[in-house]
Every structure is written in C-alpha cells, then in structure tokens.
Design a protein around this ligand. Structure first.
Ligand SMILES: Cc1cc2nc3c(=O)[nH]c(=O)nc-3n(C[C@H](O)[C@H](O)[C@H](O)COP(=O)(O)O)c2cc1C
Length: 166
C-alpha cells in the first residue's frame, strides 16, 4: 500500500474539507494518506504519490501551488502526481470558466504532467469575504452557497490509485 500526500492551498477554508475527503477515500482503500496545507509540507520526499490542489481566485490558481512545484520539482517529477482546482465555475456548470480553470491548473502544475486533473465546485460564504471580495463576487454574479459535491470528490479519489499505479 502506498503513502500519498495531499498538499493543498486554501484562503477561506473550503478546500481543506475537500483535501480531507480525498485522504479519507484513499485510507479506505488501504493507503496511508496525509492531507497537509502546502506551506506546512517541508518535503514530499518519502511519499509514493502526491495530489496537489487549491482554489482559483480571479482566474488564477493560488501562487503557493506553483511555488511548491518549483521548489520540490526534483522529488515531484519522480512520483505520480494528480491535481485539482476548486472554484465556482464548476458550480454554475460554466464550460468556459471550467476550461479556463483547467488551463490555470495545468499552468500551476507545469512542468509536471499529472496523471489526473479535475475541477471541483467550491463554496462562497459572503461572511468570510473582505468588502471588495464581496463587491467583486456580487458584480460577477457569483453564486452564494456550498456547492462541494462530496460524491464527485470521493469518486475522483477512488480512481486515483489506479491512475497513479500505486
Ligand atoms: C474574490 C474571489 C474571486 C474568485 N474568483 C474565482 C474565479 O475566477 N473562478 C472560479 O471558478 N471561482 C472563483 N472564486 C470562487 C472560489 O474559488 C471558491 O470560493 C473556493 O471554494 C475558495 O476556496 P477556499 O475556501 O479554499 O479559499 C472566487 C472567489 C472569490 C472570493
């Protein structure tokens, strides 16, 4: 059984439970899985596979994802890697927004070539936003609520070991 790291970024907390749900599913399949905030990961050394994920803000993945990839590229290049993005484009089934997010995710993980990539619907809680974030999301007509699809997240996680060949 494999040791799998889920290294994730969050700004408002909604990605944390997604990373933990992925870890729970991998553990249920008999693997050791650690969901850890990316800045707390000293090194991915010792893991057989790595999942990297985080939210999209204003069309871009959080910069900490790309920094993690650059810093640890020699270790990450030697193991199977998967990536996920979290955003509201997936909640509104906006094909252009999802395609844009997929592109942003690929750019954040480059030059890694992930064995699996996906975009999950996230959550928007106006109470957690600054005044300008509230203004901008209202202007963009962003949907308010929790759109995280736990069944879709679990299904993606269940397929990972096969794709990662672990
Ligand atoms: C200011 C702001 C900008 C956002 N920009 C995007 C965006 O460009 N595309 C998208 O799909 N979602 C966008 N979102 C939605 C977030 O990705 C979503 O709320 C996500 O669940 C946040 O993850 P976190 O709670 O882990 O930080 C935006 C949210 C905020 C508050």
């Amino acid at each position: 059984m494999a040791r799998i790291l889920i290294a994730y970024v969050t700004r408002k907390g909604s990605t944390t439970a997604i990373a933990e749900a992925i870890a729970t599913e991998l553990r249920a399949a008999g693997h050791t899985a650690d969901a850890v905030e990316i800045e707390k990961v000293s090194s991915p050394k010792g893991y057989d596979a790595v999942v990297i994920g985080g939210p999209v803000y204003m069309g871009h993945m959080d910069g900490r994802m790309g920094k993690f990839v650059s810093r640890h590229y020699p270790d990450l290049a030697g193991v199977p890697v998967a990536g996920f993005a979290v955003g509201l484009a997936a909640a509104t089934h906006d094909p252009e927004g999802v395609a844009w997010t997929e592109k942003a995710l690929r750019a954040a993980l480059d030059p890694l070539r992930p064995v699996a990539e996906t975009v999950f619907a996230g959550k928007l809680d106006p109470e957690k936003l600054s005044w300008w974030q509230r203004w901008i999301t209202r202007k963009a007509k962003s949907p308010v609520g929790d759109f995280r699809d736990w069944a879709a997240i679990a299904a993606w996680a269940r397929d990972l070991p096969g794709k990662m060949n672990v």
